[in-house]
Design a protein around this ligand. Structure first.
Ligand SMILES: [Zn+2]
Length: 423
C-alpha cells in the first residue's frame, strides 16, 4: 500500500514509453513496475501518459506582470527603455501576485520545478510554499562597478540563502544569482562564487545572450565572457548559465571541462532576436543542457512544451539536419537535465527519485499514437496535463490547481497592470 498509486499509465522510463504503475511513499518514488499496486490515493492513468515533471531552468517569474508590456523591440532597448524602468515600480506584493500567476501557469502545463532569478525573492519563496511547487531561487544581484552596492547585494543574496535554503521540506533550494558579466564586475563575480562555495550552493547567471554583450565584454576586458568567468574560477559543476548563444569551440570545451550546465531558452532567444544556441554540439560534447522559458515579458508564456518543440525544430535548421536531435533527448532536457543542473534527485520515473510526476491526457491532437514520445514532443499543447504531483503531494487534479484560487490571482494581476501603464 503506497501513499499514492498512479496505475497503468504509459510511463516515460529510461527514454521509452512503457506500460507501468508508479508507487509513491512520502516525497519519493518507491515503485515503478507492472505489479498490481494500491494506494491511499489512486490515480487511474490507463490510456494516459505519465512523465517525470518538467523543470523550467530559467525564469523571472513575476515578469508575468510584464507579459505583453513591451513588444517587438531589440533586447537592449527593451531592457533599458521599458523593463528596467517598470521594474523600479515593483513592490514585494506585486512580485507575490506575479509569481502566483506564473506558478499557476507552470502547474497547469506540467512544470513541477523552476529556477528563478529576480527581486523581492522572499515573496517568491512564500508563493512556492503556499502552492506546493518546487523551486531553485536566487536574488538577482548586480554591482555595476559600485563597491558599496556590491557589498550590499552580496549581503541580501546571502541572507536569502540562509533564510530559505531547504525550506518547505526541501522544496526550496536557495542559491546565488549574479545577473551577468556586463552588469557585474569580475571582482564581484569572484566574491559571489567564493561565498557560494562557502555556503555549498549553486550559482545561476546569464552568459553570452547577445552578440553585442560579448563584444562589450571583449572591449572591456580583452576576452570573451566564458573565458573571463573561467579565469576568475567561476565555472564548475555548481554553475548554471542561461542562454550561452555566442560561444566559440574553445568556450564549449571550457564548459564541458568545468561541468557547467546550460539553460537553453529558445523562445526568448528568438523573440529578442538574440540568436540560436549550439545545443546539438553541446549535447554531443556531453554538456548538460536543460530548458527554460526566461521571463514572461520575452516569451510570453511559462509553457515548457513550447520550448520542447522549438528546441528540436531550431536545431534541425541550425545544423541543416532533420535528425540533429532526437525527441528523447529533448524530453530529457526538459526533465532530468534540469533537475541534474541544480543537483536535485528528480526528473526521472525511477525508484528513489523525488516524487514529481505529471499525468497527460490523450487528446485528439495526439491521435493516432504510433510512439507516445512523438505525441508528447511534437503534438502537445501543454493544456492536456490532468494531474501534477510535487514532492509526493497531489496539487493539480483533473486540470484544476488545488492550491491556487485562479480567479482571484487573475483579477489581482489585471488590477496591478494599471500602474505600469502610467509613465
Ligand atoms: Zn533571463
Amino acid at each position: 500500500m503506497f501513499d499514492v498509486a498512479i496505475k497503468n499509465g504509459l510511463c516515460f522510463i529510461d527514454g521509452k514509453f512503457l506500460e507501468a504503475s508508479i508507487g509513491i511513499e512520502g516525497n519519493r518514488i518507491a515503485y515503478v513496475g507492472r505489479d498490481e499496486i494500491s494506494g491511499d490515493l489512486e490515480i487511474d492513468a490507463s490510456d494516459k501518459f505519465v512523465l517525470p515533471g518538467l523543470f523550467n531552468a530559467h525564469t523571472h517569474l513575476a515578469m508575468t506582470l510584464f507579459r505583453g508590456y513591451a513588444e517587438d523591440m531589440p533586447l537592449m532597448d527593451w531592457l533599458e527603455k521599458k523593463i528596467w524602468r517598470a521594474e523600479r515600480k515593483l513592490t514585494p506584493e506585486d512580485v507575490y501576485w506575479g509569481s502566483m500567476l506564473g506558478i499557476l501557469e507552470m502547474l497547469k502545463t506540467g512544470t513541477t520545478a523552476f529556477s528563478d532569478l529576480y527581486i523581492h525573492m522572499d515573496e517568491v519563496a512564500k508563493a512556492v510554499g503556499e502552492t506546493g511547487i518546487r523551486a531553485v531561487l536566487c536574488y538577482g544581484m548586480a554591482d555595476r562597478g559600485d563597491e558599496e552596492k556590491a557589498r550590499r547585494e552580496l549581503e541580501i543574496g546571502t541572507e536569502f540563502v540562509k533564510n530559505w535554503n531547504g525550506a518547505f521540506n526541501g522544496r526550496i533550494k536557495a542559491i546565488y544569482g549574479p545577473h551577468a558579466p556586463y552588469t557585474c564586475t569580475p571582482e564581484f563575480l569572484k566574491a559571489v562564487k567564493e561565498k557560494a562555495k562557502e555556503m555549498e550552493t549553486f550559482v545561476h547567471i546569464h552568459v553570452s545572450e547577445t552578440k553585442r554583450e560579448v563584444e562589450k565584454i571583449e572591449r572591456r576586458y580583452g576576452k570573451t565572457p566564458v573565458r573571463l568567468l573561467d579565469e576568475i574560477g567561476f565555472l564548475d559543476d555548481k554553475t548554471v548559465i542561461a542562454h550561452a548563444i555566442w560561444l566559440d569551440d574553445e568556450e564549449l570545451a571550457i564548459l564541458k571541462n568545468r561541468g557547467v550546465s546550460v539553460a537553453h531558452c529558445p523562445v526568448s532567444n528568438l523573440k529578442l532576436s538574440s540568436g540560436i544556441a549550439r545545443v546539438t554540439e553541446m549535447l554531443r560534447l556531453g554538456i548538460n543542457v536543460c530548458l527554460g522559458t526566461d521571463g514572461a515579458a520575452s516569451n510570453n508564456t511559462y509553457n515548457l512544451f513550447e520550448e520542447i518543440k522549438l528546441t528540436s525544430l531550431l536545431q534541425k535548421v541550425k545544423t541543416g539536419r532533420a535528425d540533429a536531435l532526437k525527441a528523447r533527448e529533448v524530453l530529457e532536457m526538459a526533465t532530468k537535465n534540469g533537475y541534474r543542473a541544480y543537483g536535485l534527485e528528480g526528473g526521472e520515473l525511477r525508484q528513489g527519485r523525488l516524487a514529481d510526476v505529471i499525468v497527460i491526457e490523450r487528446r485528439f491532437n495526439h491521435s493516432p499514437v504510433y510512439d507516445p514520445i512523438h505525441s508528447i514532443v511534437y503534438a502537445s499543447y501543454g493544456c492536456e496535463v490532468s494531474h501534477v504531483i510535487v514532492d509526493g503531494e497531489l496539487i493539480v487534479e483533473d486540470g484544476i490547481v488545488l492550491t491556487i484560487d485562479e480567479d482571484k490571482v487573475v483579477d489581482k494581476v489585471e488590477r496591478l497592470k494599471e500602474k505600469f501603464l502610467e509613465d
